[in-house]
Design a protein around this ligand. Structure first.
Ligand SMILES: NC(=O)c1ccc[n+]([C@@H]2O[C@H](COP(=O)([O-])OP(=O)(O)OC[C@H]3O[C@@H](n4cnc5c(N)ncnc54)[C@H](OP(=O)(O)O)[C@@H]3O)[C@@H](O)[C@H]2O)c1
Length: 255
């Protein structure tokens, strides 16, 4: 039991990766506080974990109430998992500033709001902040400007947080590649499988298992899969890659 009696708060625990995380931490002996907005799914997850609470991460009040309730009930928080997130996958010219702000409001500001609220308790318990970021937080993808920006910002925020809380709280950043959840459908798109036939997707349970391992080891960053690791390594040398793209890209300069 790697998390016996530890208090683990998970945002966006009503579906996909968050739900798998809630189940995996529970199996490992943790007292899981599952947060989310969808009341039906919250009631379902509430039957499997210690406590399920409404929490929209864009609401100051709901975040305060949820964190206060967790601390009042257990006396501390040992692990905060920032998993709540939304997607937006539009061409840059089709992305309104309002849409960009909405994605940042959840994936960056909501994550920061929840973390700041939990931080005093995490500092006391010498706890861990676990960030479900994305490979999209490490390099750019087509039709991903808002989403990539939000996940890059999440990682940048986390790296700076690690400096601020060094010696008191460990910050674990997890970067999954495409995962088989309803994430893309929820955002109003076709599934990732339909758009990328043949690409092997990760399951939410696999992501949860890797996340628990990285959390247990207090690892700074866990990039999931060889392909994602190779793409990340390649993005560290953008110059040569850009030249390669220019040479092989669809658009060619005339004579
Ligand atoms: N699926 C992928 O390919 C993939 C890859 C890399 C990283 N990720 C990241 O993994 C995380 C989970 O995604 P998923 O694939 O499991 O998708 P998902 O099934 O759509 O889960 C997203 C979760 O976020 C919650 N959420 C959304 N907006 C919220 C808000 N304002 N306040 C609180 N909770 C909110 C949703 O809960 P409610 O609806 O109940 O609020 C839901 O539980 C996201 O951060 C995503 O960016 C996903």
């Amino acid at each position: 039991m790697r998390f016996s009696d530890q208090v683990v708060v998970i945002s966006g625990a009503t579906s996909g990766i968050g739900l798998s995380l809630a189940r995996a931490f529970t199996r490992e002996g943790a007292k899981v506080v599952a947060l989310g907005r969808n009341q039906d799914r919250l009631a379902q997850v509430g039957r499997e974990v210690d406590l399920a609470m409404t929490c929209d991460v864009t609401s100051d009040k709901q975040v305060e109430v949820a964190i206060d309730a967790a601390v009042a009930r257990y006396g501390r928080i040992d692990v905060l998992v920032n998993n709540a997130g939304v997607g937006l996958f539009e061409d840059v010219l089709d992305t309104s500033m309002g849409q960009l702000e909405q994605v940042m409001a959840v994936n960056l500001v909501g994550m920061a709001r929840l973390t700041q609220a939990a931080l005093p308790s995490l500092i006391e318990s010498r706890g861990r902040v676990v960030q479900i970021a994305s490979v999209a937080g490490q390099r750019g993808y087509a039709r991903h400007t808002a989403y990539c920006a939000s996940k890059h910002a999440m990682i940048g925020w986390s790296e700076a947080l690690r400096c601020d809380v060094a010696g008191a709280v460990d910050v674990v950043v997890v970067c999954p590649p495409a995962v088989d959840t309803t994430f893309f459908e929820n955002a109003g798109y076709t599934t990732f499988e339909e758009d990328h036939p043949g690409l092997q997707l990760w399951t939410a349970d696999q992501v949860a298992e890797e996340t628990l391992d990285a959390t247990h080891r207090r690892e700074a960053r866990r990039i999931l899969g060889l392909r994602a690791k190779a793409l990340y390594a390649a993005s560290l040398v953008p110059g040569p890659l850009d030249a390669l793209r220019r040479a092989t890209g669809k658009v060619k300069k005339r004579g």
